[in-house]
Design a protein around this ligand. Structure first.
Ligand SMILES: O=c1nc[nH]c2c1ncn2[C@H]1C[C@H](O)[C@@H](COP(=O)(O)OP(=O)(O)OP(=O)(O)O)O1
Ligand SMILES: [Mg+2]
Length: 206
């Protein structure tokens, strides 16, 4: 990953903050796609992998820069894995508004009456790195993070579903973690560690 020029193919301010912090120690300041005039790509894939590829390719094609994309979401066991790849669109697909707050409210109502022990869930994160839009060997990594869906929001850090995502081992929600702790434990933080290992291996064999 070049230190000077990497487009971050995301419009999510929460992700952008986490990536900035994850990459700062490497001297990399990824450029948010909006700063380069890239609008959100349409996420037409049926997997996190496909959607991350679509987003990375879109940003790389428009900017001519290497691109990093993240497609992520929450898989809730009591909902047969929903909202999954549709996590960002959960409320709007149910005509219950849009955005993080409405998504959280929609998740709470979908889980009404489900007891604590049955509220198991996990975040997934797939990262795709493309050297250029036609890169035939994208680097693709993924990680998950186990937790439980609370019955009411707790904490004001993080973003997305974090106020509802309870971490039994930490005894707090993801929105109550320090940013650095979230990055060490999270699906995104651990996917990033894998990506950096893969990039190092690729540059050593080149
Ligand atoms: O660490 C996380 N903490 C809380 N919520 C999270 C996290 N990671 C993903 N999520 C949720 C947010 C959103 O509802 C969906 C991602 O959807 P996803 O399409 O990948 O991102 P997005 O549309 O917000 O921005 P973009 O596509 O421009 O990167 O999963
Ligand atoms: Mg999205």
């Amino acid at each position: 990953m070049s230190a000077s020029s990497l487009v971050l193919a995301s419009g999510n301010a929460g992700k952008l903050r986490e990536f900035a912090r994850l990459l700062a120690p490497l001297g990399i300041a990824p450029i948010p796609q909006s700063q380069l005039g890239v609008s959100d790509a349409e996420e037409t894939g049926l997997t996190f992998v496909e959607n991350a590829l679509i987003k990375a390719r879109h940003a790389a094609a428009i900017t001519g820069l290497p691109a990093l994309a993240d497609d992520s979401g929450i898989e809730v066991d009591a909902l047969d894995g929903e909202p999954g790849i549709y996590s960002a669109r959960f409320a709007s697909r149910r005509q219950q508004g849009q955005g993080d707050q409405d998504n959280n409210a929609a998740l709470l109502s979908a889980l009404e009456g489900v007891p604590e022990e049955a509220r198991t869930a996990r975040y997934w994160c797939v990262l795709v790195y493309l050297r250029h839009a036609a890169d035939p060997v994208p680097i693709i990594v993924q990680a998950s993070w186990e937790g439980r869906v609370l019955t009411a929001p707790s904490g004001d850090g993080g973003f997305g579903y974090d106020p509802l995502f309870w971490l039994p081992e930490q005894g707090m929600s993801a929105a109550q973690l320090e940013a650095s702790t979230k990055n060490r434990l999270s699906h995104r933080g651990r996917a990033m560690q894998q990506l950096l290992q893969a990039l190092t291996a690729a540059s050593e064999s080149a």
